[in-house]
Write a protein that binds this ligand. Structure first.
Ligand code: SF4
Length: 490
């Protein structure tokens, strides 16, 4: 293999059920390796001996200098099949990671962890009474990231506990005024769906009404309402106002609207949100560099952001501000400037994303390369020290595939300003009733360690065509899940 050239490998395994997870480990080293059907064999063999609870893993690739790694490890005895498989999988993934990290003399910040919720795993280890630090180290998580995870878990303490009957309401408005170059969401540009919008808003209000009766019928208790998308404030005033009025009847203590794009925020929309009980909104600059904003297709300027932030400050909303590290052309200094500008405004929440290059985004299609691990690390490290230095607490996190430097997204908050919904959705502690095209309802049964999902149709056109079948299906889903939980409804 020449310098700068990627080694082409083909995964060969006798354990097909973990093949996707092994590929995820390989992709952590995507700057060195590429998966290719004609590549050199990369063999992973997994053997489990039921009697001794011993897992044996052998990883082999003759093209690498250190070409073989063997591991034999005992799992904890359990009669629970799912828990047994989870342990075997973790060990096998760890072996693949260890082989590759030794072969390339590289350590990834989250080691062999490829899931999106490191803090959820941490909470699970705590609940099982395990030596959590030792468990995380066994997954090769770095000391620095372990300390971040622990700070987040600590900051979640006031809002983490939720009761069996608690639910959140999520409302999806998958519409934006234009498409950002990094976006891979199913979100339609307003001009393409304008004719469908009035009917969509009407149907959405009907679905919200059904969600309310579902909550009453099942004796659920609402924790928060979250309106996301897309950009909900892309809706024309009349439809936006109808949806907000439908939601105000829930009287939620926490009611977030992801206004997001400064170009969509207007005084009349802020007035409606204020009157209908919204408590938290987002106003997202993403960067304070105008050149970058132009390059990523955001149809607003830095000064628009400042104007809309000042407008929002005339109300009593908590405000969240989003930034993205590793946007095209940005150096660590440019990003640090954005962090400083955002912190100068003292928003209640500041969310620092790391760019993830998703399939279907314009950046990915344009072959933009975001693999500079050292720049990405400098950026997120700067954000963390600047935020914590100014009294902010990291309080939730998640990871995505193809993130720069295999890092993370972190939400920071001023003390006592944790957004409950963000913690609920990331830690999967609370069921979610979702409304709107692309919304995904979740039933969380913590006692059984089970999370079930039920998706509304994705496109506006399909959603409109299905009509009330959408919420009939959702009701059946909750009925089935409650039955399986063994709770008989009165
Ligand atoms: S505002 Fe969000 S959902 Fe809309 S195009 Fe940009 S990234 Fe996608």
């Amino acid at each position: 293999m020449m310098d700068g050239e990627k080694l082409r490998i083909k995964l060969v395994t006798d354990c097909d059920k973990f093949a996707t997870e092994f590929e995820d480990e390989i992709k952590l080293f995507r700057h060195k390796l590429t998966l290719d059907q004609d590549g050199a064999p990369f063999e992973v063999k997994v053997d489990f001996d039921e009697a001794s609870c011993q897992v044996s893993v052998t990883v082999n690739c003759s093209e690498l200098a250190k070409n073989c790694y063997q591991l034999s490890q005992k799992i904890e005895e359990t009669s629970h099949k799912v828990a047994k498989i989870a342990q075997i999988k973790r060990i096998a993934k760890g072996a693949v990671y260890k082989f590759l990290s030794d072969a390339f003399c590289e350590r990834e910040p989250y080691g062999s962890l490829t899931g999106i919720r490191p803090t959820k795993l941490y909470h699970e280890f705590v609940a099982k009474g395990k030596d959590v630090d030792a468990q995380m180290r066994a997954l090769y998580v770095s000391e620095d990231k372990l300390s971040l995870i622990k700070s987040i878990v600590k900051a979640q303490e006031p809002v983490y506990p939720s009761e069996r009957k608690d639910v959140d309401l999520f409302v999806n408005i998958p519409i934006c005024t234009s498409r950002c170059a990094y976006c891979s969401f199913i979100s339609a540009e307003l001009f393409r769906v304008k004719d469908m919008v009035p009917r969509y808003a009407q149907l959405l209000c009907e679905e919200i009404a059904d969600a309310k009766s579902l909550i009453d019928d099942f004796g659920y208790r609402l924790r928060c309402v979250y309106v996301g998308g897309g950009t909900p404030t892309s809706l024309p005033y009349e439809q936006f106002s109808d949806v907000m009025k439908a939601l105000s009847s829930f009287g939620a203590k926490e009611f977030t609207v992801e206004a997001g794009r400064p170009d969509t925020i207007t005084a009349p929309l802020l007035d409606v949100m204020d009157k209908t009980g919204v408590t938290r909104i987002s106003v997202n600059p993403q960067t304070f560099c105008q050149e970058t904003l132009d390059a990523i297709g955001r149809k607003h300027t830095v000064s628009d952001f400042y104007d809309k932030f000042a407008m929002a400050r005339k109300y009593s909303f908590d405000v969240n501000v989003d930034l993205i590290a590793m946007l095209p052309g940005e150096t660590p200094d440019v990003f640090a400037h954005s962090v400083d500008c955002a912190l100068d405004l003292r928003p209640e929440n500041l969310t620092v994303h790391t760019l993830a290059l998703k399939k279907g985004s314009a950046l990915k299609l344009g072959n933009y390369d975001n693999t500079s691990e050292s720049d990405a690390a400098k950026m997120v490290d700067y954000a963390r020290s600047a935020c914590t230095g100014q009294g902010y607490l990291p309080y939730y996190m998640y990871r995505q595939k193809y993130m720069s430097g295999n890092l993370e997204n972190v939400g920071y908050c001023l003390p006592s300003k944790q957004c409950v919904y963000n913690v609920d959705i990331m830690e999967e502690t609370t069921s979610i009733i979702a409304c709107g095209a692309g919304g995904i309802s979740k039933f969380v049964d913590r006692e059984a360690g089970r999370v079930e999902r039920c998706a509304d149709p994705k496109g506006l056109d399909v959603y409109l065509a299905r009509g009330e079948d959408v919420w009939r299906k959702r009701r059946e889903f909750f009925e089935k899940c409650e039955r399986e939980r063994g709770v008989v409804r009165d």
